[in-house]
Write a protein that binds this ligand. Structure first.
Ligand SMILES: [Mg+2]
Length: 388
């Protein structure tokens, strides 16, 4: 039963000092501290349920996002949850259309990250109130016209419950890792049953050749290797560089150039298809309009969507339905899951759907307290050590 008026919205700046170990490092982001603006919605309903939503950041940006959450909060506060989800499209549009805030978007950048955090919290609260799990999501999808490829039963029984979603690991080949660390983590991942590996590239060609050779030799010719340049190259440079890495048989090159360069991606894609390399992008693609054009321009083979950047489930669904063909291989970075109340479950190198109601975005209060910036225990120590 959906009910209650949103009586409180709180947002916290939570940061994990991942840069200390080089975790998450790539050719453009050399010292990321994996972080989140963490939104919690409360209602005046007696069930005491809360909605938890996050958007992902790399550290300092979190304080800007936190400001913007507070600026948008009046669209959510004092609203009945039933009214919000009863006209979810209208509510979505209202959030995106704030007459003053949309000027610093629209539907992109910080204001869009913020709508993701808020909408993720609304979805979490709604699903918890309804006691619905992953199966509920299927009821949002219009299967008409796609049942020859996928029916609702097939999607649930076979794909979600039996196989889960094939995942890959980036966790052994961040750019800041030494060869020894890479070897050690790759060995562990192979033992853990991983079959798909992603390596960060783009800063130095000779380094890339050495690291790609190392990892390809370790995983053998059958397993899948992907590469990610995190927007490092110009268009011609991307084509030349990837021609030199083609011998390592990557399935895709991810974000080879500016994430806004649709025609650039199309040029790269056209050049790399004969080499058997696809183009993947989407991690920093800000909205469905960009995705539409990437698809129209045949600029990618692999669509990567992020519900912490796009307008939550609402916008992700439009993306999935727009894509004629999408790769169901999902990203897996095996860091920080221990801080979540319902951590992701991996079985046979695949994500399994969560059994609990909600969005699985709730973090452990103890972890949030410790990592809150700048007053959490972890940051107090680090900032003192740095003399700040
Ligand atoms: Mg990436």
């Amino acid at each position: 039963m959906v009910g209650g008026r949103i009586s409180r919205l709180s947002v916290r700046d939570v940061r994990f000092p991942t840069s200390l170990g080089g975790h998450g490092s790539d050719a453009m982001h050399t010292d990321p501290d994996y972080s989140a603006a963490y939104v919690v919605l409360e209602t005046d309903a007696e069930d005491g349920l809360r909605g938890h939503g996050i958007t992902f950041t790399l550290g300092k940006g979190t304080e800007v996002v936190v400001c913007a959450v507070n600026a948008l909060a009046h669209h959510v506060l004092n609203k009945d949850l039933a009214d919000i989800v009863g006209d979810f499209r209208g509510f979505y549009r209202q959030l995106m259309s704030d007459g003053q805030l949309r000027w610093i978007g629209p539907e992109k950048g910080v204001v869009h990250l913020v709508t993701a955090a808020i909408l993720n919290a609304v979805w979490d609260l709604w699903a918890k109130q309804e006691g619905k799990d992953a199966r509920t999501l299927l009821s949002c999808i219009d299967f008409r016209y796609i049942t020859d490829v996928l029916t609702e039963e097939e999607a649930y029984e076979e794909q979600m419950l039996t196989h889960g979603y094939p995942a890959y690991t980036t966790s052994c080949a961040w750019l800041g890792y030494s060869d020894d660390t890479l070897k050690q983590l790759c060995t562990e991942a192979l033992k853990g049953g991983w079959t798909r590996f992603k390596v960060k590239v783009g800063a130095d060609l000779q380094d890339d050749i050495r690291r790609c050779r190392l990892i390809r030799n370790m995983i053998g010719p059958e397993k899948t290797l992907m590469m990610d340049a995190n927007q490092r190259w110009d268009v011609p440079e991307a084509v030349e560089w990837m021609a030199k890495l083609a011998e390592f048989k990557p399935l895709w090159i991810e974000e080879p150039t500016s994430p806004d360069d649709i025609l650039g991606h199309a040029t790269i894609s056209k050049a790399l298809v004969p080499l058997g390399i696809g183009v993947a992008t989407g991690e920093q693609c800000h909205n469905r309009v960009m995705f539409k054009q990437l698809l129209q321009a045949k600029a990618l083979q692999f669509l990567q969507i992020d519900s912490c950047r796009l307008g939550s489930v609402n916008e992700n669904l439009s993306m999935l339905l727009m894509a004629k063909k999408f790769e169901r291989c999902a990203n897996m970075s095996d860091h920080l899951h221990e801080h979540f109340t319902y951590p992701v479950t991996i079985k046979n190198a695949s994500y399994m759907p969560p059994k609990e109601a909600g969005y699985s975005t709730e973090m452990k209060e103890e972890s949030v307290k410790k990592h809150q910036y700048p007053d959490g225990e972890i940051w107090k120590k680090l900032l003192t050590a740095q003399g700040n």
